[in-house]
Design a protein around this ligand. Structure first.
Ligand code: ADP
Length: 948
């Protein structure tokens, strides 16, 4: 009997099996198989899917399936089809992870995920919807899914191995921990009240970087935070994620937690224990490690000792996270060693020993902190330091689109940001991006003051929250809105300031009451309930974000009529007390009475700096009208004077630190840590005369601000202040995160820069275009260094134009970018018209022979070129021969760098011939080319100026 006949014969029974029991599952399984064997074509399958259930029974199946032995399909889409029956089983328990992978790569939208996860579907049906949707999205989505499957397969520890020694109690505890971590990390606190967004809906990847051993910057994905990439110290188990306030550190940890809870990431981690340092501050008991884990995360319902023993025995299966190390009251020290997991000790000892690895060696730890708060003693124990640099320009767009489900609204917000690049640069910091997006109505509705400073942005959010609760029709606030809410603002301000001074960021109901805060005040939304895993009886509150606490503290300093007269000066001076304290500590001096004072300042300083920045902003003339009725004019003016004096004094300290120039060298200033902060305070004041007066006293030729965490926001402030320098400077901003937006922010001070050093700053062609368009018009602008950015051939036409039009331009360094022969040809076009360039560096590009030939031809007639580097550019003998012609004609060239190319004997011989008739060239570097040691020896004998 043929298969066909067999089916016909058993039709009734088959129908009963396939459609009986009210479940579509048996039929769906058969459909999976038929699809996999190509018996059923996709169109048929789709038409079956829309059939009413009972009609599906009328199907007739073709040939027998033969999945085995078939050739592997050659596209990802077909692979998914061929493996469909297996995949349905595999993905059933892992749908969240798969969806997340598709979501984060942009293959799926939130809507797609929701459609897959409709609660009416069983898990298997959800997988089938997922597979259908992936097929519909195309090959990239299919590849992403396959990659995800491969990853989970390789990273997932063999369950049999692990489960061999996993007792039921451990598994039960893992389940409990997973579900409490999931519940805790499911939504963002800043969206807490609205209930509109889950973390999935709004999470946008930030820029993560790590410096490897050779000083190269690597970009990381979320999964790499705990991974091996960028590891500097194999013996250490603590990864530090550092970033400025609001750069998204807590959110990043939260995302890690959520993905772990769903088994979508960190699949090798069996137990994850999340801690918040601000909450640990209020733990005054002495605790053992066991108590810390179980009290602050969750208790095992059964077998506590067994679960704890499991953790001790398998440290490699546990991960501890500590959010906000900078908010921990006590600065890190490694003075007291403790390694006993059952002994009770004060929390700081427990925490510091965990971070060092003295206690629970082998448990991976991830801690977050602001960069200023990490001292050298902690750095010693770090496996690696990952820098979180906020959103990229693309990230900002992506975030706005996620926030506004209405695409037209998202577009309007993005357009308004692009029209106000200062605001756009602020949006690189996620917390500002959140405010700007949240307050879009106020922004788009046209404000009296177009937001330019972070104070403007925080006033916007203040207004927004009051408006939300306003009893007025449509929530319109009057001009005197701040005065109307002054009482609440002052109460919140006092709580905030006292908190900051005591490194306290979590408040009890009692503390709120003591400050006179009512339920109504709390309901405004500036304070939120603490999201806490540990079980406590009383409610605790915190400000929506630490920067908001600083803002309220600043409002209090400015608006409180009863504050003592020196409150403002004290706030500014606190920075110096701390700095001098720190430097003394770094020098190893012991200052007995003040040790504790110094330690606690470490946590306060960044917050007090932000507060001082807000105080400067609030006292700006721009907000004069808003503050008019809240604060007597005389008091306000006194405070303004105090701020101006403090800023001026602060700058003086820096200027005094400038060493006398060594003879023959430029007078240069290396910025000290608070220089950028002072500049930001001056910017907040938005008063040209203050900026001018401060800068008038700065007399340097070179200003060095390398590794200073300078992003677009800092560039705005720098340009605002530096534009008033009396004489041109070299501005060295190497190794920061200027980016294209930051480069654009620098334009106002370009006329005062004779040199601009922007090595390693994530700048691309677009940023360069804007920079050069302006640079061309600046008489003083003569040098630019752009080593290690994202430049391609698309930017070389702008350099060509600059070289043509600026006959006093001296130095162009474009090393380690992506310039090919085409780009070199464009550059050559500009060079052939230039008679000023002395230094040209193209190290580490890909210009090849063609590029070298073009450059050599263009530079032949140069009467100024002194130094040329084409190291590591794929230049062969043809290129070298072309360069030989340049040598034979040049009267100025002194150094030619050709290391790491593929020049052979023939090319070197050309160079030697040319050198015979050239007396200006002093050195030609040829290390790492296609020559044997014997050839090198022989050729160097022929010409001593060659270096192999
Ligand atoms: P930090 O811990 O560095 O101070 P947070 O993680 O608290 O910063 O971020 C502040 C706010 O910025 C968050 O509450 C959220 O609204 C927004 N935010 C930060 N990072 C992200 C992100 N990756 N995706 C979406 N929103 C973010």
């Amino acid at each position: 009997m043929t298969a066909h006949q067999l089916i016909l014969k058993q039709r009734a029974e088959l129908l009963a099996v396939l459609c009986g029991g009210g479940s579509a599952e048996p039929l769906d399984c058969v459909l999976d198989l038929l699809l996999a064997c190509e018996v059923l074509v996709w169109e048929d399958y789709l038409s079956i899917r829309v059939l009413p259930e009972e009609q599906k029974a009328g199907l007739c199946f073709g040939k027998e399936c033969a999945v085995l032995g078939k050739n592997r399909p050659d596209t990802a889409t077909l692979t998914l089809l061929a493996d469909r029956p297996v995949l349905v089983r595999k993905l059933r328990d892992n749908i969240d992870g798969a969806l997340n992978a598709l979501l984060t790569t942009g293959c799926f939208t939130i809507k797609d995920c929701d459609a897959v996860q409709l609660p009416v579907y069983t898990p298997s049906q959800q997988v089938r919807r997922l597979l259908d949707q992936v097929r519909f999205k195309g090959e990239t989505a299919a590849k992403t899914l396959l990659q995800y499957l491969e990853q989970t397969e390789t990273t997932r520890p063999n369950p049999e191995d692990k489960e061999n020694h996993l007792s039921a109690n451990c598994l039960l505890y893992q389940k409990k921990l997973r579900s409490s971590v999931a519940a805790q990390s499911h939504s963002l606190s800043t969206y807490g009240g609205t209930g509109r967004f889950s973390l999935d809906d709004i999470y946008t990847d930030g820029l993560l970087e790590v410096m490897d051993g050779s000083g190269e910057t690597l970009t990381l994905g979320l999964e790499d935070v705990v991974g091996p990439l960028g590891t500097l110290n194999e013996d250490a188990d603590t990864v530090l994620v550092s970033g400025e306030a609001g750069s998204g550190k807590s959110t990043l940890l939260q995302r890690l937690h959520l993905l772990w809870a769903r088994e979508a990431l960190l699949t090798n981690t069996f137990l994850l224990f999340p801690f918040s340092c601000r909450k640990l501050n209020s733990e005054h008991r002495e605790l053992s490690l066991k108590e810390l884990l179980f009290l602050h995360c969750c208790w095992p319902d059964r077998g506590q000792d067994e679960v704890f023993q499991f953790i001790l025995d398998h440290p490699n299966l546990a991960l501890f996270t500590f959010d906000g190390l900078d908010e921990f009251k006590q600065g890190f020290t490694d003075e007291e060693r403790h390694c006993c997991p059952t002994k009770q000790v004060p929390i700081p000892i427990l925490l510091f020993n965990l971070l060092q690895g003295t206690l629970m060696k082998g448990v991976m730890k991830v801690a977050t902190s602001r960069p200023q708060a990490v001292g050298s003693s902690l750095k010693h124990y770090l496996r690696k330091e990952v820098l979180l640099k906020g959103f990229s320009p693309g990230g900002i767009d992506c975030y706005v689109k996620k926030h506004h489900s209405d695409p037209a609204m998202a577009r309007r917000v993005i357009e308004s940001l692009q029209a106000n690049t200062v605001l756009l640069s602020l949006c690189h910091i996620p917390v500002f991006c959140w405010i700007v997006t949240k307050c879009h109505q106020e922004l788009l509705g046209g404000q009296d003051v177009i937001p330019q400073t972070i104070t403007d942005v925080y006033l916007l959010v203040l207004q927004h929250f009051f408006q939300r609760k306003s009893p007025q029709p449509q929530g319109v606030l009057g001009k005197a809105w701040l005065e109307e809410h002054l009482d609440t603002v002052l109460k919140l301000g006092q709580l905030a300031l006292e908190g900051l001074e005591a490194s306290c960021y979590v408040f009890s109901g009692y503390e709120l009451q003591r400050n006179g805060l009512t339920e109504q005040d709390v309901s405004l939304g500036f304070l939120i309930y603490c999201n806490d895993l540990s079980v406590t009886d009383c409610k605790r509150y915190e400000f929506l974000h630490i920067t908001l606490q600083c803002f309220f503290a600043a409002l209090y300093v400015v608006l409180n009529r009863n504050s003592d007269r020196s409150a403002v000066s004290r706030l500014f001076q606190a920075q110096y007390r701390q700095l001098s304290g720190l430097s003394q500590r770094c020098l190893g001096h012991c200052i007995d009475s003040s040790v504790e004072e110094v330690e606690s300042h470490v946590t306060e300083t960044p917050n007090l700096q932000i507060t001082a920045q807000f105080v400067s902003g609030l006292l700006s003339q721009r907000h004069h009208n808003l503050l008019l009725e809240c604060c007597p004019i005389a008091v306000r003016e006194r405070k303004v004077k105090q701020v101006v004096k403090s800023l001026s004094k602060g700058m003086q300290r820096h200027f005094k630190s400038i060493p006398r120039p060594v003879e023959g060298e430029k007078k240069s200033m290396h910025a000290m840590p608070s220089f950028v902060w002072l500049i930001k305070c001056i910017y907040e004041m938005q008063d040209n005369s203050i900026a001018r007066d401060t800068m008038a006293k700065l007399d340097v030729e070179h200003l060095k601000l390398t590794y200073c965490n300078i992003g677009p926001v800092e560039c705005t402030a720098l340009a605002y202040v530096l534009k008033y320098l009396r004489n041109p400077v070299g501005l060295q901003l190497d190794n920061n995160s200027v980016g294209d937006v930051g480069a654009e922010q620098l334009l106002p001070c370009l006329h005062i820069c004779h040199s601009l050093y922007l090595r390693n700053n994530n700048i691309s062609d677009e940023g360069i275009r804007k920079l050069l368009e302006n640079g061309m018009k600046c008489e003083s602008f003569q040098k630019i260094a752009l080593f290690n950015n994202n430049l391609t051939d698309a930017c070389t036409q702008h350099f060509a134009l600059l070289l043509k039009s600026k006959q006093n331009f001296l130095s162009l360094r474009l090393g380690n970018n992506n310039i090919t022969s085409q780009g070199a040809e464009q550059l050559a076009e500009g060079l052939s018209y230039n008679q000023s360039l002395q230094f040209l560096g193209l190290w580490g590009n890909k210009i090849g022979d063609r590029g070298a030939e073009a450059l050599a031809a263009a530079l032949k007639n140069s009467t100024t070129l002194i130094w040329l580097s084409l190291v590591d550019n794929g230049v062969g003998s043809a290129g070298a021969c072309a360069l030989a012609k340049l040598i034979s004609q040049s009267k100025t060239l002194e150094q030619l760098w050709l290391n790491k190319n593929c020049i052979s004997r023939e090319g070197v011989e050309c160079l030697i011939e040319a050198l015979k008739i050239n007396s200006s060239v002093k050195e030609v570097w040829l290390r790492g080319n296609n020559l044997s040691p014997e050839e090198e020896e022989e050729l160097s004998k022929q010409e001593s100026r060659l270096t192999f």
